[in-house]
Structure formats: structure tokens, C-alpha cells
Ligand binder design. Structure first.
Ligand SMILES: [Zn+2]
Length: 177
């Protein structure tokens, strides 16, 4: 085990893209990042344990949920960070902690559910009352999010359309031989 060799860095980049797409690794900038030594827990990218002799990066996604964090080897963190920047430049995901969407605009948001699972929903952020947290409406159900569900990151739906078009079968795209 231990940190990955240069040989499998490309495999890690592919896996990082996959996990970012699946929502298993964050797309947005984490609220906070700590460095330290491993505690034997698995790395969120390569799945190998981060040993006590190895540097570990711990990402906190949401400051209001201290238990919810992502641990990565130093090398895996570098890979994730590079891939995340590529991804967010292309897809424009933003962390809720950094920026809220325009009030009333429909966005796609990754929501942290109770129990630590995250799911993508279409939401609208409503203008909050003074000194109140923003409230979010699930556009599928038309209702507010259940207690304890917190949007972590979001993007405008136009970007979604752009992505699905780019990924879909498009006869006008030239095929490389
Ligand atoms: Zn790792």
C-alpha cells in the first residue's frame, strides 16, 4: 500500500473524474482542508489505507457538519485537486459555502442527506429573511428539503444541458479514426 507510484497516476486521474462525476468526491472547493498524518482510514480516491507514517489531507465539505470529511493521500489529493479544477472550469460547479445561486433560479445541487449520503436534486434557492439561512425548494416535489438535508454544491441547469449535449450521440461531431 502507501502512496501511488507515477505509473498509476493516470489511472487515478481517470478514477478521480469518475468519482467526481458520481458525486463520491467533491466537485467544489472544500470549506476547509487540513494536513496531518494518516489514521489508517481509507483514502477516498485510491481506497488504500492512509498509514500513520503517511501525510493525509482531510477535506471538510461543510463547516456545519464536522463529522463529514473526505480523506486523501497527499498524491491523491494533488490528483483530485487538479481534476476538480478541470471539472469545475468545464462544468462550473460552485460550493454553497462560497456562493449561492441567483435567488429563484433553478439549479442542480448535490445535497448531503442525513447519514452522510449525497444525492443530486434540482433545487431553487429562495431569498432568505434577514439573518436567516437560505431556504431551498425541491423543484420536483415543490416542497422544502427535509430537516438535516444540506445543499453542498450547485450549478446552473444550462451547464447540465451543455454537458448532456456534449456527452450524447451527436451525428454532427466528426469521428476520429
Ligand atoms: Zn490514496
Amino acid at each position: 500500500m502507501g502512496e501511488p507510484s507515477d505509473r498509476n497516476m493516470e489511472a487515478l486521474r481517470i478514477r478521480a473524474r469518475e468519482r467526481i462525476r458520481q458525486g463520491r468526491l467533491p466537485r467544489g472547493k472544500p470549506a476547509r482542508t487540513w494536513g496531518g498524518l494518516g489514521s489508517g482510514l481509507p483514502c477516498a480516491l485510491c481506497d488504500a489505507a492512509i498509514l500513520g507514517s503517511e501525510p493525509e489531507f482531510e477535506l471538510q465539505l461543510d463547516l456545519s457538519a464536522p463529522a463529514e470529511s473526505v480523506r486523501l493521500h497527499r498524491e491523491c489529493h494533488a490528483v483530485w485537486s487538479e481534476v476538480r479544477e478541470e471539472y469545475s472550469a468545464a462544468h462550473d460547479w460552485r460550493a454553497v459555502a462560497e456562493q449561492l445561486p441567483a435567488f429563484g433560479a433553478q439549479v442542480e445541487a448535490r445535497v448531503s442527506l442525513t447519514g452522510g449520503r449525497t444525492v443530486i436534486f434540482n433545487l431553487v434557492c429562495l431569498k432568505p429573511a434577514p439573518s436567516a439561512p437560505p431556504s431551498w425548494i425541491n423543484t420536483t416535489t415543490g416542497g422544502p428539503l427535509p430537516e438535516g438535508w444540506r445543499p453542498i454544491e450547485w450549478r446552473y441547469l444550462d451547464a447540465t444541458k451543455a454537458e448532456s449535449t456534449a456527452q450524447g450521440e451527436d451525428a454532427s461531431l466528426p469521428k476520429s479514426a
